[in-house]
Design a protein around this ligand. Structure first.
Ligand code: ADP
Ligand code: MG
Length: 265
């Protein structure tokens, strides 16, 4: 089955597939219900190492729930999720903790610790979860904050930073953990329009220059078109369509995708 998926995905992604590589994330027949509300019906998605997958879809289609099932902030109702070829669906707490060290997440609302400086926000996970020394964590924090253009803001508190700067701290914090996969849940949706660009530029730089595996939920169509290896369109708890950005945007196969893109552009 993995072999088949590999051949299948080749035609849907600009990712440079390597022979014999294993999926970074594989979602099989994922179902998630909150009581009677079935939110994910049968989601199948494979993400390859270094691939940048952008997930589009209307509000309420289950995009956040899918990301939250991947890092197990939600427990799937049925189906399987494999992370680096390891089934995590029924894993123990200890195992999930271990897995989360290799999975980063960037949220819509930044989720910085308000009482810690930018640098301390980037250090804390490195020290607590990875056991790095304070010195190592601080050097990495300064490096990553520099990489997102915040070299002169390392000692600022979140409240002293703009939304865009806070989100860049959150990205630096995630990257400092050197995760295998980085999940983004509408990272620019809470920002004033003039601050969106700086965050997208940081994400584009990560996508193009770090080799990071990224799953990005966003409504930024320009970013999706330019940066994604593959675009996935979700509606009503299903992956309705996936493919090369040019194909999905210019020749959507599904009427639902066409209608969504027609409304948003
Ligand atoms: P999207 O991110 O695509 O906007 P979500 O995954 O946030 O969609 O939500 C999909 C559906 O799941 C919505 O109907 C939402 O109300 C429901 N939902 C999400 N989280 C919960 C929860 N914790 N409890 C109950 N319902 C939820
Ligand atoms: Mg959402």
């Amino acid at each position: 089955a993995a072999r088949l998926a590999y051949e299948h995905d080749r035609t849907l992604s600009t990712h440079a597939f390597a022979e014999g590589e294993h999926p970074a994330v594989r979602i099989e027949h994922l179902n998630k219900a909150f009581d009677d509300n079935v939110v994910l019906r049968d989601v199948n998605l494979t993400v390859w190492p270094g691939e940048v997958v952008v997930v589009l879809g209307p509000s309420g289609s289950g995009k956040s729930t899918m990301l939250r099932c991947i890092n197990r902030l939600e427990t799937p109702t049925a189906g399987h999720i494999l992370f680096n070829d390891e089934e995590i669906t029924g894993s123990s707490k200890v195992r999930l903790c271990e897995m989360r060290k290799h999975l980063g997440m960037v949220f819509q609302n930044f989720n910085l610790f308000p009482h810690l400086s930018a640098k301390e926000n980037v250090m804390i996970g490195q020290v607590k979860a990875l056991g790095r020394t304070k010195e190592e964590a601080e050097a990495e924090a300064v490096r990553q904050l520099g990489a997102v253009g915040l070299a002169d803001r390392v000692d600022f508190m979140p409240a002293q930073l703009s939304g865009g700067q806070q989100q860049r701290v959150a990205i630096a914090r995630a990257v400092a953990m050197h995760p295998d996969v980085l999940l983004f849940d509408e990272p620019t949706s809470a920002l004033d329009p003039e601050l969106v660009r700086g965050v997208l530029d940081v994400m584009r730089d990560l996508a193009e220059n770090s080799g990071m595996t990224m799953i990005v939920v966003t409504h930024e169509m320009g970013f999706a078109r330019d940066v994604a290896d593959r675009v996935v369109f979700m509606e009503d708890g299903l992956v309705v369509e996936e493919g090369l950005p040019g194909d999905v945007f210019d020749h959507p196969k599904s009427e639902r995708t066409a209608a969504f893109l027609g409304n948003i552009e």
